[in-house]
Design a protein around this ligand. Sequence first.
Ligand SMILES: Nc1nc2c(c(=O)[nH]1)N[C@H]1C(S)=C(S)[C@@H](COP(=O)(O)O)O[C@H]1N2
Ligand SMILES: [Mo]
Length: 400
Amino acid sequence: MTADGKTTLTRRELLRNSLTALGVRLVGFERFPSLVSNQGSNKNIFQGGRYLGPVEFLGEGRIPLETPLGEGLDGRLYTDLSTVTPENPTIPTKRFYVRTRASELLDVRKPWVVKVTGLIEKPREIGMPELRRMVRPAGLHLMECSGNVRLAHFGMLSVADWAGTQINEMLDLFSMDKAATHLLISGFDRYPVPSSTSVAGASWIFTLEELNSAKAFFATEMNGAALTKDHGAPVRLVVPGWYGCASIKWVDQVTVLGEGAATTSQMREFASRTMQQGVPQLVKDYHPAVIEQAAMPIRVEKWLVEGTIKYRVNGIAWGGAHPATGLGIRFSSEFYSQEQFVPVDDFEPKANDPWTFWTHAWTPTKPGLYFIQLRVNDPSVPARRLNAGYYVRSIEITDI
Ligand SMILES: Nc1nc2c(c(=O)[nH]1)N[C@H]1C(S)=C(S)[C@@H](COP(=O)(O)O)O[C@H]1N2
Ligand SMILES: [Mo]
């Protein structure tokens, strides 16, 4: 397709064809093992061993990673999670996943304002200088698209170091009616070309309590610099612990609402992906779009240790409301398996947001195809996606 140098495909066609036509980008894996710290029970297993190379995950498509693809609502950039290490837990902005790229209709030359209306005493517009005066560091937060799929190597998951204005602080500027219970947060979402897969119009309705307990904020900076266009410049919502679909970009309107509101088109579009019952028509029937406890491997390394081949599985855990007490892992030759889970060697959960890193040493007894699945040891922890096998990844072991 590109061999003759005459690329006539549009970016969107490229995205459509990329499953079959494009190769997977190669990464310099060699530099990672030395960076990974050895803690816990299998502490020194790999010390003095020789790193032989990575084992690629199978059946995850050939979409190029960390390359902007497509335009507008169909625009994507998938993060390469295999390069993430505990020493560098944030994803640089140009590698942070993108779901929906900035619209060509977005006019960033005229001063941006956020219109605040609804059940408040004096509706008015807030300009960026006023918003920026309240900006404070917000720390590291993870964002995951509810449509984060295996065919894109689960690359719609990233962590950045954010700064912004806490929603609460902004609301303090207003005197609210007694009936005020919810906020409708809307962003610019008009595109020159309609999307084949997504609905235009981006807004989400939260209870004031949900925004408060999540410590939601209007971000103006990520990783120490102003937001980029594709990530929602000049201002976007970030709701820590919730799926990305609630983190509205290009925020231009905040409406204070009372009880009884109907769900927005964005909420209905993402109903199944955020695990709602059917498509709720009313906000009161819509569950918070929170990320439940999840975990997956991100890099499998092959090592030679004292004459034997060993594998080191590196992974992440994220989501959920409380740090998990333990993680189990299993390597099975079938997707649906009776195989028992064994405790992950090195897992010290510190937080649910952002991600926690774990490693596990594994010595397979026979070559073949393996499905790697994780689970939390405590069955009372909600983990529907994890338990349904959503994040199962497979590899082929040829050397033992
Ligand atoms: N205005 C607007 N905001 C939006 C979207 C959109 O299409 N339009 N997509 C949402 C979805 S589905 C996700 S996962 C996040 C992605 O944010 P990112 O592209 O900065 O990673 O933005 C959210 N905010
Ligand atoms: Mo998303």
